[in-house]
Structures are given as C-alpha cells and as structure tokens.
Design a protein around this ligand. Structure first.
Ligand SMILES: NC(=O)c1ccc[n+]([C@@H]2O[C@H](COP(=O)([O-])OP(=O)(O)OC[C@H]3O[C@@H](n4cnc5c(N)ncnc54)[C@H](OP(=O)(O)O)[C@@H]3O)[C@@H](O)[C@H]2O)c1
Length: 349
C-alpha cells in the first residue's frame, strides 16, 4: 500500500461552511497500478464555489434543486472526499500516453496521491513561462468558464455595457477582463473594499460597487443609465433581480452560477421581475463549461496572446498544504480571497 493524506467531510454544514466540517486523514492506495492508469501526485488544487452546492443539507428543502444538483455532479455526505480541479505530476504509469514526470490536469479528490485512468487526464506543458498553477488560473477551469460564458454564450463585443457579479473571484475576474479586452464597458460588483480597488485599479473596469453596502438597482442605474446590454451572473438572488431591472431592450443575461443560494436552507422565490423579459425582449441563457470543450484551443490561444501582451492580470490567493483546503474553501465562500483560490500541496507547500 502507498500511504497518503486526504480530506473528508466530517460534519454537514448548517448554513455557512466552516473548516471544521472537514478533517485530514491518513489513507492508502493499493501498491499495484491497474492497466492504462497512472499514479500521480496532486501539486495544486483550484477551489470552486460550486462545490458548496454538493455538500450537506442545503438542498434538502428544495427538491428540484436537489435533483438537479445530483444529476449535475452528485451530492457528498459524511466520509466523502470533496473534489477540485488540480494540476498533478505523473509518478508511475501503465498508460502508453503518459510517462513519469508528465504534467496533467484532472478533477481530483482532495488527496495528495491518486491513481487515475488515463482517459480522465489532460496533459499540459509546464515550462519556465508556463508554471503548473497557470493551468488553474489563466489557462484553467475558472478562466475557461469565464471565456465560454462571455464569448461563446454572451458573444461579448465592443458595443456592450456588461455587468459581472462576484467580479473579484476566480470566474468573475476573468469574465470581467475578457469583456474589457473585447472592448466592452464593464461594471463589476464585489463584497469588500480590497476587491473593489482590485477591480478598478488592477483590472481597469469601468466601475465597481460593493453589493453589501450599495442599493443594487441604484448602482446599476448610475453606472449604466442607458441600460445593460449583457449581464454575466455568478450570484443569482437579489443581484440577478437587480440586473434584470437594469437591462436595456434586447439585453442578454448569461447565467453562470448562483453562489448566493448554495448555502441556503430553503427554496427561494426566483427573481420577481420576469415580466421585464417580455417588455424589454430580454433573453437569459444558462450554460455549463463542460459543453464547451471544443473551444478550448481558441480559449488558450486568446489567453496566451493577452498574457504575452501583458494585458491580462493573473492573480490568485494561495494557501499551502493539503490541510489548508478546508480553510481555503470557506475563505472563498466568505469572499475573503481575491482572484482564483489555490492550494499548493506540492513543492513549495
Ligand atoms: N456554469 C459553469 O460551468 C460554472 C463553472 C465554474 C463555476 N461556475 C460558477 O461561477 C461562480 C464563481 O465561482 P468561483 O469558483 O470562481 O468562485 P469565486 O468567485 O472565486 O468565489 C465566490 C465569490 O462569490 C461571492 N459570494 C459568496 N457568497 C455570496 C452571496 N451570498 N452573495 C453575493 N456574492 C457572494 C464572494 O465574493 P464577494 O462577496 O467578495 O463578491 C465569493 O468570493 C459560482 O457561481 C460557480 O458556481 C459555473
């Protein structure tokens, strides 16, 4: 057997998630490696807000939501190991496509080592200019989600006035930048003064406001008096309702996520202003990044070009060690991290 460490759910959250809902365990992997598989070491994890919707009782009061979530990814209970996207290095291989030393990206359980079938891995090239963690930030899942929603679904362009909610986070900070880089005016919201400064000073957004201290409808009306043409929503709830109210005629809404609902115990009423879809000829499209894999090459080419011109800000909040995954996750959900939230578990941790 090969010994390793893993994080398991030990209690189910009742509302906000806390580091105490998880614990670190010694575990082991079989010494023998099955065919067409690799043994790998997970060196970097990228945290995702969406994992919250898979943990605990939050779905119990909302039957439809529970059914949808179960179909989407499967709920986790006590004893289960959460997952994130991760960059890993191959240690041993029985797969023709991989050899020791290769770098791969995969959806990884929160453990130091793993045995994974070759078909579940995507090889990436790590170089001096492209460190492993770049495959979780500018070239990773969150940025690809941002690109898929903003470009493929939203068709963002220079004539757009765009609103991005949770704009200081992993997905939002890339969605906001991609819209700016394609010439749009971009308004972002976030929940702290530090994030607002980041949005305006570093990402150069047209405007940003703190949704915790601002009347949402007034802020959007001030910054987009002629109406929004595109909204990229990561939050749902009140922010989505305010955005619908601020849309101009023929406005498009891209629904990426509903982070305001992931910790809630009861089913909530939806936005109360759906009549505006008729009056203003609005459209709203939900998407999942999993359906956009075919556009990964153009996504990577665009991101690499923007980085080579120093036009893209790549910022992450890094925690160290496998045991820091629960704190990193709860910090992300509280809004206490900026950019993509990462945990380094390899060299340097
Ligand atoms: N459709 C897809 O395929 C897909 C794929 C990946 C992710 N997503 C979605 O993308 C969104 C962002 O995910 P991420 O992993 O990049 O997370 P993130 O934006 O890095 O972190 C989530 C942020 O949301 C904000 N937030 C938390 N609770 C909130 C609330 N009640 N009201 C308003 N804002 C709240 C917090 O920032 P502030 O409060 O400071 O603003 C928090 O930091 C999530 O909704 C996720 O589900 C969708």
């Amino acid at each position: 057997m090969k010994s390793m460490l893993e994080i398991r759910v030990v209690t189910l959250p009742d509302g906000a998630i806390a580091p105490e809902n998880f614990d670190l365990f010694d575990a082991s992997l079989p010494a023998a490696l099955p065919g067409d598989s690799v043994r790998l070491r997970n060196d970097w994890f990228g945290l995702n807000a969406g994992m919250r919707s898979r943990i605990g009782q939050a779905q119990a009061a909302s039957g439809n939501q529970a059914a949808l979530t179960q179909r989407y990814a499967g709920l986790l209970g006590i004893g289960d190991v959460p997952q994130s996207d991760a960059v890993a290095q191959v240690l041993e291989s029985t797969a023709a496509a991989f050899k020791p030393g290769d770098w791969v990206v995969h959806i990884a359980p929160w453990r130091t080592l793993d045995v994974v079938q070759a078909g579940k891995l995507r090889r990436v090239e790590v170089t001096a200019d492209t460190p492993p963690d770049l495959y979780l930030t500018a070239l990773g899942h969150a940025a690809f989600t941002a690109y898929s929603g903003m470009v493929n679904v939203g068709q963002v362009g220079a004539r757009d006035t765009v609103y991005v909610s949770a704009a200081g986070g992993g997905v939002g900070s890339y969605a906001a930048q991609i819209a700016s880089l394609r010439g749009a005016r971009v308004i972002g919201s976030a929940g702290s003064a530090e994030k607002l400064a980041y949005l305006v000073n570093d990402l150069k957004l047209t405007a940003a406001f703190n949704y915790r201290h601002t009347h949402l409808a007034d802020a959007l009306a001030d910054f987009a008096p002629a109406g929004l043409s595109l909204c990229y929503d990561n939050v749902g709830g009140e922010q989505l309702e305010a955005a619908i109210g601020a849309m101009g005629d023929h406005g498009r809404i891209v629904l990426c996520g509903m982070v305001s609902r992931y910790s809630q115990q009861s089913a909530l009423a939806g936005p109360r202003n759906l009549d505006l879809f008729i009056k203003r000829r609005l459209s709203m499209t939900g998407f999942t990044v999993l359906d956009h894999e075919g556009t990964r090459p153009e996504f990577e080419a665009s991101m690499r070009q923007w980085m080579s011109r120093h036009e893209l800000v790549v910022r992450s909040t890094v925690f160290k060690g496998l045991g820091a995954l629960p704190l990193a996750f709860s910090s992300l959900l509280k809004g206490a991290t900026i950019g993509r939230t990462l945990v380094c578990t390899g060299a340097g941790a």
